[in-house]
Design a protein around this ligand. Structure first.
Ligand code: BEZ
Ligand code: FE
Length: 292
């Protein structure tokens, strides 16, 4: 690699290191490594870190790895806080106009959400203001999608997920997997979620503090919706009454996903959902684009 006419210096560094990938047979890997080195070197040229700053960076990444275990993924949190997760999501979910926008999955999804009947109350401990969540899953051409799966999970009225409070909240609290009826409708009872901070007891939290950034996410309900022959969507519905809509710590808010919590006084509508009027209602329709 090193020859007499290519010794390492500030100018030759990038070409020299990138030439070391010459024997990488996987073309995609070669492209990724070459781009990584090019951007990293340019970052170092731009910042000109002192030896102490470079070591601080190494220590930060080391601590980030050490904070990870089977329940905590500090690198994903870091990726979220840097807007990388949302950028990767945007690149991988370019959808036609009119299809429901995607957002980050977040760390609190469980692979096996409990299947529940339409109309079920997913708040098992009634911690928060009761509400109904309802909508229709449609195809981009307007056809209602019956038999679509709608996976829902959310924080409670104090801003905590069940997995964060295993001693306080019932297992599988505020989670449910619903199947739309013959008209594509889903509906469930729940509580109005509260905004909450991302975990701050690790290096990602230290970074936020050093940067003078707050750790909060606006109040939201998570959804994964899927139907046969359609691209699934991982998304959130954000409450328009929540603080932090314009400064979500993980950059997940999209204007199209913000919805009001309305108060419904109509007794007939209340009876449809098996609740008493007046009741609070969040409506969130989901539009999926057909997989060709
Ligand atoms: C969430 O919405 O559950 C979440 C997303 C990213 C980081 C932390 C939490
Ligand atoms: Fe969340």
């Amino acid at each position: 690699m090193l020859s007499a006419d290519s010794s390492f210096d500030e100018k030759s560094a990038t070409a020299l290191v990138n030439s070391s990938w010459a024997n990488t047979s996987d073309e995609r890997l070669k492209k990724i490594l070459t781009s990584l080195v090019t951007h990293l070197h340019n970052f170092v040229r731009d910042v000109e870190p002192s030896m102490e700053e470079w070591m601080q960076g190494i220590d930060f990444l080391t601590a980030t790895g050490q904070k990870c275990d089977d329940k905590r993924q500090e690198f994903i949190l870091l990726s979220d806080l840097l807007g990388v997760s949302m950028l990767v999501d945007a690149i991988n979910h370019r959808r036609p106009a009119g299809a429901t926008e995607s957002t980050v999955l977040g760390p609190f999804h469980l692979v096996d959400s409990p299947p529940r009947e339409l109309g079920a109350d997913i708040s098992l401990d009634a911690n928060g203001q009761p509400c109904v969540v309802a909508g229709t899953v449609r195809s981009l051409d307007g056809t209602p999608l019956s038999g679509a799966l709608v996976d829902v999970w959310q924080a409670n009225g104090d801003g905590f997920y069940d997995v964060q409070q295993p001693d306080k909240q019932p297992e599988l609290n505020l989670r449910g997997l619903f199947t739309t009826d013959e008209t594509g409708r889903y509906w469930l009872r729940s509580v109005v979620p509260r905004h909450y901070p991302v975990p701050t007891d690790g290096p990602a939290g230290d970074l936020l503090e050093a940067a003078g950034r707050h750790p909060y996410r606006p109040a939201h309900i998570h959804f994964i919706a899927g139907a046969e022959g359609h691209h699934p969507v991982t998304t959130h519905m954000f409450l328009d009454e929540s603080p932090y809509l314009d400064s979500d710590a993980v950059f997940g808010v999209k204007q199209e996903l913000i919805r009001p919590v309305t108060t419904v006084c109509d007794a007939t509508r209340a009876a449809e959902f098996g609740v008493q009027a007046p009741f609070r209602l969040i409506e969130f329709d989901i539009v999926l684009d057909a997989a060709s």
